[in-house]
Write a protein that binds this ligand. Structure first.
Ligand SMILES: [Zn+2]
Length: 315
């Protein structure tokens, strides 16, 4: 079992608690990932939007990036086989490694309104960026600003174009509906919604409506099924492995193939995980459950191959 997971907020917890990426008491660590059979984990630098969406985001981003670098260095010094995915070739090689990470940013305020900063962060290894969190920034409006009906700003269009040129994955989770469509029109490469579910099954504003899910598939992109209880069930207390299955199944049927679905757990960023998914180790019962319904080929696509294919197209 090799799991590609497109979103977690573990770095925030590690930074705040001075904890270890290899072994900790959070939802995700490398030790449990390896025990599971290996995987590629997107590690997001989440920039608290209320504080940093216009100013100061870059400094905070570098603080978390430094924590990530220190932790990767420790893993390598301990002889642990962790690949940092930066190129299409790396993406093609992930299955040969015990574990892999991809550095991401959640909240475009991280670049402080500067394409120069975006390019520098790329050089430092960042390969995906969630354009907005749920509020407004200078790239676009997040889902909490839905009422404005506005798409990407002029600067936001420049950011998407530059990310396309560099080979960075554009993430539309958290963006407003109009912002989503603006990105679909603007991006010349497939995009991703790293952690969003189906709105037809659970009406949380952060989830994707049917047209958005179909557009992601047409775009060659991917939706990462997230484990946030509020995004799985109207009453988060009912969220469980079966709820995850229902969102996967709904999207597969809507799209009509199995090439555009993956996972984006949001481990260490969710307050209400499903009652039978308490961390990365619980991918095991989840995948066992899914195996009752899908072929090995579909399971392989959902667990890792779709994400690998996307990264090979974009990086
Ligand atoms: Zn998020």
């Amino acid at each position: 079992m090799f799991i590609c997971d497109c979103h977690c907020d573990t770095l925030t917890e590690l930074y705040n608690k001075n904890a270890s990426l290899y072994e900790n008491e959070q939802h995700f660590d490398i030790k449990r990932q390896i025990a599971l059979g290996g995987g590629l984990q997107f590690c997001a630098i989440y920039v608290p939007t209320e504080v940093f969406r216009y100013q100061g985001g870059l400094r905070y981003t570098l603080c978390l990036l430094d924590k990530y670098n220190q932790e990767i260095k420790k893993l390598h010094e301990s002889g642990i086989d962790v690949l940092e995915v930066r190129t299409a070739e790396d993406a093609g090689n992930v299955l040969k490694h015990k574990a892999a990470t991809l550095l991401a940013i959640e909240e475009g305020g991280a670049i402080d309104g500067s394409l120069e900063a975006l390019r520098c962060l790329y050089e430092l290894g960042v390969r995906a960026m969630t354009l907005t969190w749920s509020n407004r920034n200078d790239i676009a409006d997040g889902i909490n600003e839905e009422a404005t009906g506005s798409g990407l700003t002029l600067f936001g269009k420049q950011v998407v174009a530059e990310m396309n040129r560099l080979g960075m994955l554009v993430d539309v989770s958290h963006i407003s509906t109009a912002g989503f469509w603006s990105v679909i029109e603007t991006s010349t490469k497939p995009i991703i919604a790293t952690h969003s579910n189906a709105k037809s099954l659970c009406s949380h504003p952060r989830n994707l409506n049917d047209e958005q899910i179909k557009a992601l598939a047409q775009n060659g992109g991917l939706a990462g099924i997230t484990f946030a209880g509020q995004f799985l069930e109207e009453d988060w207390r009912n969220a469980c492995i079966e709820s995850v299955y229902k969102h996967i199944d709904y999207m597969l049927n809507l799209i009509g193939n199995d090439d555009h679905i993956g996972f984006g757990s949001d481990f260490d960023g969710i307050s209400h995980p499903p009652y039978n998914i308490q961390g990365v180790q619980d991918y095991k019962p989840l995948i066992e459950y899914l195996c009752k319904y899908y072929s090995n080929e579909t399971i392989n696509k959902i667990t890792h191959q779709n994400v690998i294919n996307l990264l090979q197209k974009v990086l």
